[in-house]
Each structure stands twice: as structure tokens, then as C-alpha cells.
Design a protein around this ligand. Structure first.
Ligand SMILES: *[C@@H]1O[C@H](CO)[C@@H](O)[C@H](O)[C@H]1NC(C)=O
Length: 670
């Protein structure tokens, strides 16, 4: 242990030494140059005012110190932005004014041409294909204008550019079929909630039972089926459902999972809010760049391990459900036919699909709704991109294939997790059924599967030449993960994540065995020691990516890289599995007490809703940005806190009006 700590300290201090040459940094043109949006569209009462958002790429010119600075600083592509790519928000009237004194030759010299060969920009251009006219009309003016600015400010470089979109004063939003269906469904949900609540209230009035407390009324099911269905929408009833204590021994023993879910979701929202800040405009890009060179940067990068938590919990819950169902069926019948397996398989999948997909589909629908542009120059870049992708690709999300189909135009990017989780669910269920059918071989089967899915990431990483870890570099995040092979094939692929999911399955099987045999692991001193050691080891494991992430220029050796790629997530998942089994066995002292606090019951249940809406919330908040924002701890946490609170509030509404009605409806169907 001491040795590890010393080694870690040595590695960390070595990387602290990176210095950004700020003199050189300010020789580069700024990443963002946005004219005053409101003034542009409102001055002169909006007469023929146009504001264009333009993407530019600086062209090589070895004689310019700006270009030398760009190549020097952008070569740290894992830590720094690609400083060739510039965003301009141009008020066309101001452009015309600034160019009025130049003669025809000077204007011609400022033309650097159309930016056509940047595949990431092209994805945007394709999405905003309705802007083709504007693009042609304003190309020449915007290009000359931004090059004139680069010259006038003494950067001495020229940039190719292309208009992403233009806004004119007085543009109106028209409600189309998509919008109307959203409003229709929203209205229907509200009407159902009112109706359900009213019926519930009437039933309560009619009951005249002095012995029955108010709360108990909402917890007892009504008699007729029609009433039952209507009452699934009752707001009061759903509030009690949200609050409900876990029932049964397993439910009580695993209560702490709600706390895990909540904190893991906090981390996810933290990371994703940061990402959307990168997607908008930052006035001090040097600070996040410098931050990434430090130990905190390593933590940010390996923080992506947090998603493994959800895979493990998900695998665990599936297995616990499966064991409960298979036991209750076994009591009736010893040997199952193939048909029985098939029926159970179908039932598990259909129920899960409906429960997950209804709220998901609602949020997808909401993501595509056009509404009055509340934002500034970046609104469409950040928010309408999402709307357009959702309108094009919602079906990939609903089929849960969005982690490998149309990955350049992702709608609800976090949905990759749901896709990978769905694939893992199906595969695990098949494996559990095989383990059940061939009980004698089940141990071999499970061990073999675990070994296979630890090996697969290794082999794939080696063969496909992936980088050993996924690095959400500033530029990747700024480009919204478009065209990032490492993200699509390495990080979000189901194959790469199944190992961690399966660790959850194994944890549940171990937990089940322990309960069956009434074995008290709490009384085992060595297990206690192992459990508490997992905490510091986990932290060290986060830092294990440090040498890989922070090394400069030397590529990690392919074999070691591949081994690390196979182990990074799987060991984390395995450790987490042990951790969970321990806590379920009442190991954990005050950690367990804290994790079982009742507040996490509600927060934990709101996790799914918060997960599907949080990016939408973050986008709405950040897309209103009109000027580059200062990226500092205070600012960051203000945004994160706001996104977090709003996401949980939205999730609460989603739960009361949609999620809980659906789940209690499904209970009726059982
Ligand atoms: C920083 O960059 C400037 C301009 O390129 C250069 O003159 C200076 O020597 C550099 N400083 C260091 C410490 O490298």
C-alpha cells in the first residue's frame, strides 16, 4: 500500500509540471468571437437584420506566429482544444460597415474559401440543411468579414469558413404535427391525472370509514378493474407509491442502492453539464486545458467509470427478479419446457421495454418540440441540433440500437447507456436461463462468460487499435462526440460494457447463495477488512489511468494498453459487486447507515427520470448563452446545481404523471 501511494505521488507530481506558455496562447485567435446578438437584431427595429453563426478553420501559414502557436498548443489533443476551429457570430450589418472602406482587390485578398472538408462541421451542415440558401447567400460576406477581423487584430492568418445558420429578426415558430402531438399527449396526461385524482377523492368520500386513515385509503386498491386503471393516474396515490417503504427482506437489505444511484447520477449530471459548457463558449479555455494536465484532470477522465455503477446495479436487479420468479414457478413444477422459458423471456423483455420506453419516448418527443427561440447565437447550435437529430433518429432510440446506428446524429446522447443496458439485459437473461436449465454446469458457464467478456475488450482493443481508455477531450466534447471512434466503438459499445453488467449478475447470485445458506459475512473479519480496503483501492484505481492519460508523445505499449482496457471497467464492476454484496450483508458501519437514509428512497426512484431529462435541461440552460462564459469552479457548480435541481424536479413530475402510472398499470397486467 505504502509503495503504491509513493508511486502515485511521484506520478502526480511529474505531471504537475506542465506549463502553458500564455504569451504564445494569446498569439492565437480566440476560439469564440460573438457579436452582440440582441443589438444586432433589435437596433433599427429589426429592419433586414441578419445574424449568422459561422464555423471557421484557420489555414496553415508557417510564417505567422499565430499558426505556429496553434500547432504547438493543439498538439496536446487529449488535453487541449483544437485551436484551428473558430466560432464566429457575425452581425451582417456590422460586417458590411467594417468592409465599406476596402476596395475590390483588398476584398478579394481576404477570401479564403468555403470550408468543405471538416467532417464534423459537415454533420452540422447536413442537419441544418434548411439553411442552404442562407449559406450560399452569405458565404462571401461572412468569410471576408471574419478574415478582415483576423487581419485587423494582427493574427496574420486566414480561415476558411462556412455559415452554419443565420437568424433574422422576427422569425416565428410554427406548430407542426410533432409539436401538436406533444401538446396533445401532455394535455391527455393532465386530463387523466385530474380524472384519476377526482375519482380517487370521490371513492374516499364515499367510504365513510372512520377507522381508515387518509393514507390507508390511497394504499388500498379499489375493486373494479375500470377503477383500478383510472386510479393508476391518481396523483395522491402516485405520491404514496413514490414514498413507499421497500417491501420484503431483499428490498430492505438492498435499500442502500438508492443512495448509490443518486450519487452516481449526481456525477453523471456533473460530467454532462461540464460537457454542454464545452459545447457552448468559454471565455478562458486555457483554464480547463490546464486543469486536465493535473491529477484532477485524471479524475475527470476516469470518472467515466461511474456509469459502470449503473450496469452493475442493473445486472443485480435483473438477477434478483429472475431468481424470485423462477423460484415461485419451481414450487409448482420441477421441469420446464422450452415454451415456458420462451414465455418467461418474452414477458421479462416486454415488461421492461414498456416500463422504460414510455417515459423515454415522452422525453424524446419533448426533445423534438420547436418553441420560441429564447436563446442567443448558440441556441440553435446547441439545442436545435438536438431537436433535429431527435426528429430524424428517434426510432433508433426506441429500438435501443442508438449506440451503433446513426451515431453521428445522436438524439439524447446519454441514451447509449439504455441501449447497452438493453442488450446486456437480453443476453444476461438468456444466460441465466441456460444456467437454470443446465444447473449442473451453471458455475462453469458463468465463469466462462466472465472470462470471455474480460477478454473481449482486450482483444478488440488490441486488434482494432483502440486507445486503452476513453478520453473525453475538450475538442471531442465541443464537437458533441461526433465522429469519435473511441466513444462509439470503445466506450459505448455493448460488448465492451457487458462484463460489468455481468459482475452485477454474479453479485446477485453470490448474495442469493449467502442468504440461502444464512451465512453471515459480517462476522468474517477478513471480509470486513477486504470491504473497507475496497474504498481506498477504488480511489487508486481511478488514478491508475494517470500514466496513460498524462504521458506525452510516447504511445502506451499495445499489449499493456489492451490489458488495461479489459480490466479498467471490469475490475471496477467486480469490486463494486463485492462492495454491494457486503453492504447487503450489513457490512459498512456508518456508510451503510448513511446510505439507508429515507431521503434516498425518493431520490433513488427519481434517478431514471433525471437520467433521461438532464441533458435536455442542461442544453436549455446553456444554449441561452450570448457571450463566452467564464469557466471557474463557482460558475461550474452554479450550472451543475441548477441542472441537477431542475432535472430532479422534472423527473418528479414525470414520475407522478407518467412513470408510476405505467408501472402500476403493468402490475395490474401481471
Ligand atoms: C513563450 O512564447 C513566446 C512567443 O512564442 C516566446 O517568445 C517565449 O520564449 C516562450 N516562453 C517560453 C518560456 O517558452
Amino acid at each position: 500500500m505504502m509503495l503504491q501511494i509513493v508511486a502515485l505521488a511521484a506520478i502526480l507530481s511529474a505531471a504537475q509540471s506542465f506549463q502553458l506558455n500564455m504569451t504564445q496562447f494569446y498569439e492565437m485567435p480566440p476560439l469564440y468571437d460573438l457579436d452582440d446578438y440582441d443589438r444586432c437584431l433589435q437596433e433599427f427595429n429589426g429592419q433586414s437584420s441578419t445574424y449568422c453563426f459561422v464555423r471557421a478553420e484557420v489555414q496553415p501559414d508557417e510564417s505567422a506566429s499565430a499558426w505556429r502557436a496553434i500547432t504547438e498548443i493543439s498538439k496536446y489533443d487529449r488535453h487541449h482544444f483544437d485551436h484551428r476551429n473558430l466560432y464566429f457570430g457575425l452581425c451582417l450589418r456590422e460586417c458590411e460597415d467594417s468592409l465599406s472602406e476596402l476596395n475590390e482587390d483588398e476584398l478579394e485578398a481576404l477570401q479564403a474559401g468555403l470550408l468543405t472538408d471538416n467532417p464534423k462541421v459537415n454533420v452540422y451542415l447536413d442537419l441544418f440543411s434548411a439553411e442552404t440558401d442562407n449559406r450560399q447567400r452569405h458565404q462571401r460576406l461572412t468569410n471576408v468579414c471574419l478574415n478582415w477581423r483576423l487581419q485587423r487584430r494582427g493574427f496574420g492568418v486566414l480561415a476558411k469558413s462556412v455559415v452554419e445558420y443565420c437568424n433574422e429578426a422576427g422569425q416565428q415558430v410554427e406548430d407542426d404535427a410533432w409539436n401538436l402531438s406533444f401538446y396533445g399527449i401532455l394535455g391527455a396526461l393532465l386530463v387523466l391525472a385530474c380524472l384519476g385524482s377526482l375519482v380517487d377523492l370521490l371513492l374516499k368520500r364515499r367510504r365513510h370509514d372512520k377507522m381508515l386513515k387518509e393514507r390507508d385509503h390511497y394504499k388500498t386498491p379499489p375493486k373494479s378493474t375500470a377503477q383500478q386503471i383510472l386510479l393508476t393516474f391518481s396523483v395522491a396515490r402516485n405520491w404514496y407509491r413514490l414514498n413507499q417503504e421497500p417491501t420484503g427482506k431483499i428490498g430492505r437489505e438492498l435499500r442502500f442502492l438508492d443512495c448509490f444511484k443518486f450519487f452516481a447520477m449526481f456525477m453523471v449530471i456533473f460530467a454532462h453539464t461540464n460537457w454542454v459548457i464545452y459545447e457552448s463558449a468559454i471565455s478562458n479555455p486555457q483554464d480547463p486545458e490546464r486543469l486536465l494536465h493535473t491529477a484532477a484532470g485524471t479524475l475527470l477522465v476516469s470518472g467515466s467509470l461511474i456509469t459502470v455503477t449503473f450496469f452493475v446495479i442493473s445486472g443485480l436487479l435483473l438477477t434478483i427478479n429472475w431468481l424470485a420468479v423462477s423460484r415461485s414457478l419451481e414450487a409448482k413444477k420441477e421441469h420446464w419446457s422450452f415454451g415456458q422459458y420462451a414465455f418467461l423471456f418474452l414477458k421479462f423483455n416486454v415488461f421492461r421495454y414498456i416500463r422504460l420506453t414510455v417515459p423515454y419516448a415522452f422525453v424524446l418527443l419533448m426533445s423534438g418540440v420547436y418553441f420560441e427561440n429564447a436563446g442567443g447565437p448558440l441556441w440553435r447550435h446547441i439545442f436545435e441540433r438536438e431537436q433535429l437529430s431527435c426528429r430524424r433518429n428517434w426510432w433508433t432510440n426506441l429500438l435501443y440500437i442508438n449506440n451503433f446506428v446513426r451515431t453521428d446524429e445522436r438524439c439524447l446522447l446519454q441514451g447509449w447507456y439504455l441501449a447497452a443496458d438493453t442488450h446486456s439485459f437480453v443476453l444476461s437473461l438468456i444466460l441465466l436461463m441456460l444456467g437454470h436449465r443446465f444447473a449442473k454446469w451453471s458455475k462453469h458457464l458463468y465463469a466462462g462468460i466472465l472470462a470471455t467478456f474480460v477478454a473481449i475488450p482486450m482483444v478488440l482493443t488490441y486488434v482494432m487499435d483502440y486507445y486503452p481508455i476513453f478520453i473525453p477531450s475538450p475538442q471531442t466534447q465541443k464537437d458533441s462526440f461526433i465522429g469519435d471512434r473511441q466513444f462509439t466503438e470503445f466506450y459505448t459499445s455493448s460488448l465492451m460494457n457487458f462484463g460489468s453488467y455481468f459482475c452485477g449478475v454474479l453479485a446477485a447470485l453470490a448474495y442469493d447463495q449467502l442468504t440461502q445458506k444464512q451465512y453471515k459475512i459480517r462476522e468474517l473479519k477478513s471480509f470486513q477488512l477486504l470491504w473497507f480496503a475496497l474504498i481506498p483501492v477504488g480511489v487508486l484505481w481511478l488514478f491508475s489511468a494517470h500514466p496513460i492519460f498524462q504521458h506525452y508523445y510516447v504511445a502506451p505499449s499495445a499489449i499493456w494498453g489492451a490489458i488495461y482496457a479489459g480490466l479498467q471497467r471490469n475490475l471496477w464492476g467486480f469490486g463494486l459487486g463485492i462492495f454491494i454484496v457486503g453492504m447487503a450483508g450489513k457490512v459498512g458501519w456508518i456508510f451503510r447507515k448513511f446510505a439507508c437514509l429515507p431521503i434516498f428512497r425518493i431520490l433513488g426512484r427519481l434517478t431514471y427520470g433525471a437520467f433521461i431529462v438532464h441533458l435536455l435541461v442542461a442544453r436549455i440552460v446553456l444554449a441561452t448563452v450570448r457571450e463566452p462564459i467564464y469557466f471557474g469552479t463557482g460558475m461550474m457548480f452554479a450550472f451543475i446545481f441548477f441542472t441537477m435541481t431542475m432535472s430532479y424536479l422534472c423527473s418528479f413530475l414525470l414520475a407522478i404523471f407518467l412513470e408510476l402510472p405505467v408501472s402500476s398499470f403493468l402490475k395490474l397486467m401481471r
